[in-house]
Design a protein around this ligand. Structure first.
Ligand code: ADP
Length: 261
């Protein structure tokens, strides 16, 4: 049987595709900045398909350490054997490594990637005392959410300046409507209403929400509506509830959405 690989659906919002292609060609690390749910991961999936490159994604969190990325010794029977981590594999075999939310990782991760982000393009494996030169097709990609405040981590200027950076924002309404229709096959009228709701809530800055309505939340609402869940309920559970736990804000947002869907 012939296997056909489906192309990940990605709707460009600027010249990011062109920039990424040139970054890959010139072996320059790439940083995607922007709030959650703005298509950063989808873009990388799409680009890896376009460039015919393997992609290895690491979702970084506060426990992610250099060892997790580089590798470790494991006990196998009576022996101790070395196991390459995902970063080492990407460096050796030539793949795009995508460090999602890199600022969340432990500081030793940032230290470990430094020599890969400059002219050296090499990885030092301290536990083996070895230095590995990166494969020609190795590319380092990271994402970072600059909207984070209150206790979330920043990315140091000395690290940021090792990447070229592209901002990802919520797409303009025309594009976001198209994304909803393409992702969920929902009616154009519903897509339009959902995008209106999204933009209305995004503009309510006085609510002080840590994160606002992402395209992802709107896609989820559209999926629920398309599969037959009542419209208002879909918006409550997919758009409003994930945003806040404050009862008054929840009620106010639900009332607002009920009028708009
Ligand atoms: P991020 O990595 O920025 O958190 P994702 O790439 O996971 O966000 O996007 C979340 C969802 O939003 C995707 O699964 C997709 O359905 C939709 N989406 C957002 N932006 C786009 C876009 N430009 N093109 C296609 N789908 C998009």
């Amino acid at each position: 049987m012939v296997q056909t690989q489906t192309i990940p659906y990605y709707h460009a919002t600027g010249r990011e595709e062109e920039v990424f292609t040139h970054a890959f060609k010139n072996k320059i690390p790439f940083l995607l900045k922007g709030p959650t749910g703005t298509g950063k991961s989808r873009f990388i999936e799409y680009m890896s398909h376009q460039l015919d490159q393997k992609i290895i994604t690491i979702s970084c969190h506060e426990e992610t350490s250099a060892t997790d990325l580089i590798g470790r010794f494991i006990i196998k029977g009576a022996e101790t054997v070395w196991l390459d981590g995902p970063l080492t594999t990407a460096v050796k075999e030539g793949a795009i490594i995508y460090l999602d939310e890199v600022a969340e990782a432990r500081p030793d991760v940032i230290v470990a990637i430094h020599s890969l982000t400059d002219h050296r393009r090499e990885l030092f494996i301290d536990k083996l005392g070895e230095t590995v030169k990166a494969h020609d097709n190795f590319m380092l990609v990271a994402s970072f959410n600059p909207g984070y405040q209150r206790g979330f981590k920043e990315l140091k200027p000395s690290t940021r300046q090792r990447f070229i950076a592209v901002s990802f924002e919520y797409p303009e309404p025309r594009v976001e409507i198209e994304i909803l229709i393409n992702e969920t096959q929902v009616d154009a009228d519903i897509a339009k209403k959902l995008v209106n709701i999204g933009n209305k809530i995004r503009n309510l800055t006085e609510l002080g929400l840590t994160e606002t309505v992402s395209t992802r939340l709107l896609v989820d609402a559209a999926k629920l509506i398309h599969s037959g869940l009542p419209k208002r309920l879909s918006v409550h559970v997919a758009v409003v509830e994930p945003l806040t736990d404050d009862l008054q804000t929840l009620e106010a947002l639900k009332d607002l959405c009920d009028l708009m869907i």
